[in-house]
Write a protein that binds this ligand. Structure first.
Ligand SMILES: [Mg+2]
Length: 125
């Protein structure tokens, strides 16, 4: 199965690193630079997993997450937070919204890969 993974981050550099991290695997990487864009991509392409930043210019990742969880169609998409935001309150809120993982920036690509592999069965391309 070819998984679709969405990277939503306002940093182009992070999106490039994420895309590069998953390029050896049989998956398609979708990108969004804002929260609004992320919701549009989700509606259009139904990704299997989302790697979500918190601090973005239009909506925060937590707002995106809340919106996803409130819609039965998107409520169960696994989400891994990838963020520089590490305040306890934020982590707890993400936890309440059932995130599958929480990775703090700066991150190691192997760390992200391990987290994602524990959620979906990625195979080499
Ligand atoms: Mg950001």
């Amino acid at each position: 199965m070819k998984y679709k993974i969405l990277t939503s981050d306002d940093s182009k550099m992070v999106r490039v690193i994420v895309a590069r991290t998953f390029s050896p695997f049989n998956c398609e990487i979708l990108e969004a630079g804002t929260g609004t864009e992320a919701l549009e991509v989700v509606a259009k392409h139904s990704p299997d997993l989302i790697i979500l930043d918190i601090t973005m210019p239009d909506m925060t990742g937590l707002e995106v997450l809340k919106t996803l969880r409130a819609n039965p169609v998107t409520a169960s998409i696994p989400v891994v937070m990838l963020t520089a935001e590490s305040a306890n309150k934020t982590v707890e809120e993400a936890d309440r919204l059932s995130v599958s993982g929480y990775i703090a920036k700066p991150f190691k690509p192997e760390q992200l890969l391990a987290q994602v592999k524990s959620i979906i069965d990625l195979q080499p391309a």
